[in-house]
Design a protein around this ligand. Sequence first.
Ligand code: BGC
Length: 765
Amino acid sequence: MKTNEEIKSIISTLTLEEKASLCSGATFWLTKEIPSKGIPRIMVSDGPVGLRKQENIEDHLGMNESIKAVCFPAGVGMAATFNRELYGEMGETLGEECRAKDVAVILGPAVNIKRSPLCGRNFEYLSEDPYLASEMSTAYINGVQSKHVGTSIKHFAVNNMETRRFSASSNLSERALREIYLAAFEGPVKNAKPWTVMCSYNRINGELASQNKYLLTDILRKDWGYEGNVVSDWGAVSDRAKALEAGLNLEMPTSYEENDKKLVEAVKNGTLDEKVLDANCESLLKLIFDAYDNIGNSSEFVFDLDAHHDKAKEIAAETFVLLKNEGNVLPLKKDAKIAVIGSYAKVPRYQGGGSAHINCHKIVGFLDACKENGLNNISFAEGFSGTKDNFDQALCDEAVKNAKDADVAVIFAGLPDIFESEGYDRKHMNMPACQLKVIEEVRKVAKKTVIVLHNGSPIEMPFVNDVDAILECYLGGQAVGSAQFDVIFGDKSPSGRLAETFPIRLEDNPSYLNFPGFMNNVNYAEDIFVGYRYYDKKKMNVLFPFGYGLSYTEFKYDNLRLSKSEMKDTDTLEVSVDITNVGSVASKEVVQLYVKNCDTPILRPIREFKGFDKVYLKPGETKTVTFTLDKRSFAYYEERISDWAVPAGTYSIEIGKNSRCIELSKEVNITSEPVLPDHYDYDTITEELMLDPRIKDIRDKYFNMEDAFKDRELSEVEKESMNEEMAEAGFLFSPLRSALYFTGGSKKYEDIDKFLAEVNERIKK
Ligand code: BGC
């Protein structure tokens, strides 16, 4: 650690070339060192679900080997735990691994919103809901950084597809940007202070993220108060000097000095102020010296692969979501005759492809776990290939034969690696046809059929009504099989909940018409209506809603209390509710809070997810869960004032098991300052003037609009060509200037001008 003065004094000794050199990496994973000036280098590594530290041939796509490490469940599953503490513990474990291996910054979490189920990196991302993504990633960052290791929240921002990922422009409204896409970053940036933020490859409304001053300086630093460093995604920089000025501190990986030269040139030819470069070096050196304190100072941290494998197992069990359990077919009895089918039981699909890919020290599939636990009344048939979509009649026949002889068939199916990965998007939401065929044939003969899924994003499920149980296991990390064993045989009750809606069909998804866009443009035409916000507003049926997931027990919700029934938007509201486990096994419940703005003319979702807590309850046990809601819980982003606003009115506080299953609700009335214009002119319409309580007396003095509006009787002649509704609309939607024509000549410009002068004087800020 060095003081600001010490850092400044080092910078004063650097040549222009040396300063420019600090602004980009030395290699794929190292920053530059300048030993003669006492500047060390630090190492960054992927992330986010294990350590991908490459020691030999480097790349950013997970192609070349990295050290042996532990692969934890993918982001999609971690979000499904709805368990902040657990994600925080995973962060702590990764932080310890980084310390043990001298890694200064781990490149994650990846928090981009799941706009479309097709995005190739959805397995890495957390949710379709910004509040959930923000809360979960805050916990992860705090966990990692508690070990004095940095994180890099990514990919900032609006990077929701892989198609043309270096060039596509995500075109969206300011409201959607703030309310949905940036909100996933805002909470963690403000509350967990990630050491670095990784800017994305794409453009936002035309400007590359890496050189987007609005994003990197105006919003990130000025609005949110961020004081750390912005790192480019690997190869995201186009114009280095412009990027520096926009707020991008470190270009990664190395450009082999090419972009350093550009910075030197820019200073020399006067297009870049050297002070900007100095300030950038100061910020980077703070990071480098701070992180360098770890090096050679981490003897208490050991990377215990086996202990961390056990941690990965414990975590994985909480990522599973029980989607269906007809007749309580799950959990299975250990002495049942079980036909295990599907290649993922043997070689599980447990992680996604690309930069997040971990070189696991061991992998446990379900069959391994059965063997470890001495289960011998099971048969196994591969059923289908886990890597390709080729139907094989012999494999299918064997599966059918085994299923006939068993009490229950458990089919391990899902998406092969090649169906979803970094770098490209899916084209459809289907499972491989060969798997569907085997499921179809097996379920026809099996007494009971259980489907266990390995996939990183939603799929269509043509078999949903024909099978008895479905357990969504996502990409559960290297210990997935052991965790499946615990859940399938009831040692643990499933407690994951969907962090994203499963639509019935791809075409139902709100981004369907605009994904992946055309050439370099993708229009976010669905605006703020992403995920459940859209399906609820359109009253559409979905396959499984946001927040959904079953358990081996039942919970009862009682006694919802609000600390107030009337409040100002700046007050906070305490919400409490009692939850009881009324079933016969211990389990965790995810208590979910949604806020509904009941009566507002503002276009808003039906309900929005604003609170959650996960509680462990033994049979018969009751616990009280308490939430605190603040202004932001009720607010929307109001473009007219470039700020958050809460419309006055009635709000319903809903407590539920998922977004489509609200158990209890209570109302609160909120008062707030209305959002009103600060200027009127000839083109202002009557409606706007009438909605402004500040100018009522002036309005009455000049126009008596209320009376004109309420008591106006149509003349006989008027009645022939219009009705009252038409007259009312004509009046409300007319601009002020139309008083010249429609008051029988009684109002002149002079009157309108006087009126405008008086109202504008009254309302000016
Ligand atoms: C990915 C990042 C990753 C980086 C380094 C990029 O291609 O988008 O998520 O951290 O490579 O591997």
